[in-house]
Design a protein around this ligand. Structure first.
Ligand SMILES: [Zn+2]
Length: 83
């Protein structure tokens, strides 16, 4: 089973359709089960769309990484916040 951090690692490939089918399925299944990663993928998509529209020449990965960290921290809290 995929972990949340694997999802954040693979999201750009997933969105760009650049993953083998087995990985896509694993990722999809994780998204079905994990609300947090669903939010992440959704936000990631929006970020890419925004960047693509406003600055097609500059696909800056810093924003994406910052977003990944932020959502990942949120995710950890959601999944392990009960302790
Ligand atoms: Zn997850």
């Amino acid at each position: 089973m995929l972990q949340c951090k694997n999802v954040t690692d693979e999201t750009s490939n997933f969105i760009e359709g650049d993953l083998p089918l087995s990985k896509r399925i694993a990722l999809f299944l994780h998204l079905v089960l994990c609300r947090c990663c669903r939010n992440y993928v959704q936000q990631f998509r929006q970020t890419i769309n925004t960047v693509a529209v406003t600055q097609p020449q500059e696909m800056d990965t810093t924003d994406r990484q910052a977003l990944a960290r932020k959502l990942h921290a949120m995710c950890d809290k959601t999944n392990h916040g009960d302790s």
